[in-house]
Design a protein around this ligand. Structure first.
Ligand SMILES: [Zn+2]
Length: 98
């Protein structure tokens, strides 16, 4: 049984301290961040800073407050099996649009 591993991280935008449950030691499993979201980038061909040839990722953390504050800059995407990709407005759980 693995012991819980909690790492202190910081919000990419406001630098607020955030706790990450980083117990998993596997890139296919994402940790759990309190009061925030985890974003991973695998790189892309157009980037001049991160385009790795293998399975490597960059990970960053954004607190919920900053996500909401900049929600107008976020693209929401959803896809069901055998359906077209929806890309558009993000509707929050309370029904409000951002
Ligand atoms: Zn923040």
């Amino acid at each position: 049984m693995m012991d819980d591993v909690v790492e202190q991280k910081q919000c990419f935008c406001c630098l607020k301290s955030l706790e990450l449950d980083a117990t998993s030691n596997d890139l296919t499993s994402i940790g759990m961040l309190d009061d925030g979201l985890i974003f991973r980038a695998t790189g892309n061909f157009g980037s001049t800073v991160f385009d790795p040839p293998g399975y490597e990722v960059l990970e960053m953390y954004v607190c919920d407050k900053c996500v909401i504050a900049r929600a107008d800059l976020i693209t929401y995407m959803k896809q069901k099996p055998n359906a077209a990709l929806y890309r558009g407005v993000w509707v929050l759980e309370d029904g409000s649009r951002v």
